[in-house]
Design a binder for this molecule. Structure first.
Ligand code: NAD
Length: 496
């Protein structure tokens, strides 16, 4: 299972090449500090070459029939399927999540490739009747051009697939910048696309930082679409910098997701859902449950069951079979997470468990943080408002359903939400009133399927959606076409 450490390269115009500067950076395992690989530290010059290659390739790729583009995605999906176990092993090492979750991450890419492969035979537009005789009209989806794909490290195979698969099937070409914490997984993703037969220039990968590579893509006049998943702060910067060229910008940003537990809930089921949603992927999911809004009648019982369950979780490297919670991504994440434990205690919240860096049994080699639960949290506290992106969650007591909905909605983000209740009327009111892009009933806040839209309201994004049919709107431009077969001048929108 050892990863062969070597020097990796960018992929531009069908060739593996070093950064123009010759500089490199390293990818290290967050569990052990082991060197995973060395990657080109690219800059604007490399982006320039990749965009030129993608622009040139666009002219042929857009004319390849969409079902053929879809067939390439089917081949890619099958290759990912064959490599699933190895990719999941690599993910436990490079990103840190536990093996079962890593397998789920890879599975999303398989599902998305097959789903978008099928889109090659649909890509539906509309036909409508005309208001004039002997006239036909329709709307069709047109590809846009070069798409700049900028991804985070937390779903290092799934998220690239959510962007690259629909971009390609719609007839666009891609310049992909993976996160600097997970470059090898980004690299493997592109290698499999190449193996599936993607023509030179259609997909290019440029490794490097957000400032040097991401920003050069965002500002490049020949990149009309930018799709970014990342933090709110990065989203704001990207939107601002893309404004000069009036680009289409697709943003999937942070979350501060709430699980509401009502007094009629199945508490054991709720505890399982909370543990999975708050501490799975070490709390580093955009859909992680970092607020638990609990009816006072069941608050005490839920709190003690939850704390006991959190204390049973075993920390360790993601590749060990009995590990429940892996490391967090890097030292600065560890420090940020710990700073929020100090902020929470300083604000007067009650630290119920965790609140410290985990050490002993080899954990000191990596970045491990104890699952952390704060009780008696007020909705306005910083630990209840700001995205921590670690294994920390906050219990907020409320008196009734209306207050629960108010507290859940009292936040700048709007990605995911959940309610545990056995009352069907409350469940339907919650589905209507929770201001998030995704709502779960009697399940945690995580676990999307690729054929439904994924994304958030408010400051979690800018109104676009990933996955499902909705993703096609990011990567296509609508064109309306009118065909007059009357053989005479007919004037639409003119009073005659
Ligand atoms: P990040 O914002 O630090 O980085 C995301 C990507 O943007 C990286 O590739 C980074 O190099 C790049 N980048 C940084 N600055 C840039 C700039 N000025 N111009 C262009 N690119 C730039 O986020 P992260 O730490 O990698 O990921 C965690 C964040 O992602 C969390 O906030 C999480 O909620 C969010 N996220 C959201 C979703 C979603 O679907 N809503 C999914 C996963 C993660």
């Amino acid at each position: 299972m050892a990863v062969t450490t070597k020097q990796f390269r960018n992929f531009i115009g069908g060739e593996w090449v070093d950064a123009a500067s010759g500089e490199t950076f390293e990818s290290l395992s967050p569990a052990t500090g082991e060197l995973i690989g060395t990657f080109p530290k690219s800059g604007p010059e490399d982006v320039e070459r990749a965009v030129a290659a993608a622009k040139e390739a666009f002219e042929e790729w857009r004319l390849l029939p969409a079902p053929k583009r879809g067939e390439l995605l089917f081949r890619f999906g099958r290759l990912v399927q064959e490599e699933k176990d190895d990719l999941a092993d690599l993910m436990t090492r490079e990103m840190g999540k536990v093996k079962a979750e890593a397998g789920g991450d890879v599975q999303e890419a398989i599902d998305m490739s097959f789903y978008m492969g099928g889109e090659g035979r649909r890509l539906f537009g509309h036909t409508t009747p005309s208001e004039l005789p002997d006239k036909f009209q329709m709307s069709v989806r047109m590809p846009i051009g070069v798409v700049g794909v900028i991804t985070p490290w937390n779903f290092p195979i799934a998220i690239p697939s959510w962007k690259i698969a629909p971009a390609l099937v719609c007839g666009n070409t891609v310049v992909f910048k993976p996160a600097t914490d997970t470059p090898l997984l980004g690299e493997r993703f592109v290698e499999l696309l190449v193996e599936a037969g993607v023509p030179a220039g259609v997909v290019n990968v440029v490794h490097g930082g957000g400032g040097a590579v991401g920003d050069a893509l965002v500002r490049h006049p020949d990149v009309p679409v930018i799709t970014l998943t990342g933090s709110r702060e990065t989203g704001v910067t990207v939107m601002r910098n893309a404004a000069d060229n009036l680009k289409r910008v697709h943003l999937e940003l942070g979350g501060k997701n709430a699980i509401v537990v009502m007094d009629d809930a199945d508490l054991d089921l709720a505890v399982e859902g909370i543990v999975w949603s708050a501490f799975g992927t070490s709390g580093q999911r955009c859909t992680a449950a970092s607020r638990i809004v609990v009816h006072r009648k069941v608050y005490g019982e839920l709190q003690s069951k939850l704390v006991a369950a959190a204390e049973r979780l075993r920390l360790g490297p993601g590749w060990e079979a009995d590990t429940d919670v892996g490391p967090v991504i890097n030292r600065s994440a560890l420090e940020k997470i710990h700073s929020y434990s100090e902020i929470g205690s300083g604000e007067g919240a009650k630290l119920l468990t965790g609140g410290e860096v985990a050490t002993g049994n080899g954990l000191d080699q990596g970045f491990f943080y104890r699952p952390t639960i704060f009780g008696d949290v007020e909705p306005e506290m910083r630990i209840a408002q700001e995205e921590i992106f670690g294994p920390t969650t906050a219990l907020i007591p409320v008196d009734d359903f209306d207050e629960a909905i108010r507290v859940a909605n009292g936040i700048r983000f709007g990605l995911s939400s959940s309610i545990y209740t056995r009352d069907v009327n409350r469940a339907f009111r919650a589905m209507r009133d929770l201001q998030t892009g995704i709502t779960y009933v009697n399940a945690g806040t995580t676990g999307a399927e690729v054929h439904l839209p994924f994304g958030g309201t408010k400051e979690t994004g800018n109104g676009h959606r990933e996955a499902g049919q909705a993703a096609l709107d990011v990567f296509t431009e609508w064109k309306s076409i009118y065909v007059d077969y009357s053989g005479r001048l007919q004037k639409a929108q003119i009073d005659v």
